[in-house]
Design a protein around this ligand. Structure first.
Ligand SMILES: C[S@@+](CC[C@H](N)C(=O)[O-])C[C@H]1O[C@@H](n2cnc3c(N)ncnc32)[C@H](O)[C@@H]1O
Length: 237
């Protein structure tokens, strides 16, 4: 029987194929009813549950890596905004962090504002990456260079599109400057952005430091969301 990323067996159950309708309940806002309905009918949510991933975000990094190929055995990876741990679950076997697969053994270090359940093969710390001196702490834990810096950091939605856009861009910029300090030549930077106008400066900044900068919308990223991923490869130091 197939194993889930946390070592449990998969149930073998198929994907949910019946649409679930959610009634508006007293105390529940229209927007949370819409959110609940979308969650219950989302095939990636059902797949994440069936395959043992901690969230549907796991499929985004899987699809990005399948397309670009940066999570290779032996890679040293930093995952910024790693809770609840879906990206970590995908990366651990791909970089051979347990040393049980083929090729060299990789390492992965995750940080988040929130507590994250432990995951064998990953080192996890609770940290606000925007705090003064946070980047130095991560550098100390890392203890050397990294081959991949990836950021899925996002603040909770404010409900105001432009505010959310500007907030995520500042998280991306902080992640990018950190990446400039720690990436090995040839390294990769991956960051989630919400489209909105200010990402031009981020692109310009990345183009000075990387051979190739791409905007990718993986299939699992909701089509009605302005979310996309900036992937920069070939760090030039
Ligand atoms: C979309 S979730 C990440 C999902 C994760 N990639 C996964 O696969 O499970 C975004 C995360 O960014 C974290 N975050 C937001 N701002 C942060 C900050 N300043 N420092 C650290 N983490 C932050 C949030 O706590 C949240 O857990």
């Amino acid at each position: 029987m197939a194993k889930k990323p946390d070592g449990k067996n998969t149930s073998g159950r198929g994907q949910r194929d019946l649409k679930v309708k959610v009634k508006t309940a007293r105390g529940r806002t229209n927007s949370s009813t819409r959110w609940l309905q979308r969650q219950l009918n989302d095939p990636y949510v059902a797949r994440a549950q069936a395959e043992g991933y901690r969230g549907r975000a796991a499929f985004k990094i899987m699809e990005l890596d399948d397309k670009i190929g940066f999570l290779v055995p032996g890679a040293r990876v930093v995952d910024l905004g790693c809770a609840p741990g879906g990206w970590l679950q995908v990366a651990v076997p791909r970089i051979n962090a347990l040393g049980e697969g083929k090729g060299p053994k990789g390492t992965i270090l995750g940080v988040d504002l929130q507590e994250v359940d432990s995951l064998t093969g990953a080192e996890i710390h609770v940290l606000d990456f925007m705090d003064e001196g946070a980047d130095d702490k991560v550098k100390e834990w890392l203890g050397g260079k990294a081959d991949v810096v990836m950021s899925d950091m996002a603040a909770s939605s404010s409900g105001h599109k432009q505010t959310d856009h500007l907030r995520i861009i500042s998280l991306c910029e902080a992640a990018a400057y950190f990446a400039f300090d720690v990436l090995e030549d040839g390294g990769t930077f991956v960051a989630k952005v919400l489209a909105g106008g200010a990402e031009g400066d981020l692109q310009k900044l990345l183009k000075q430091k990387f051979t190739k900068v791409m905007n990718v919308k993986p299939p699992s990223s909701r089509s009605d969301s302005s979310e996309k991923f900036v992937v920069a490869t070939g760090f030039r130091g």
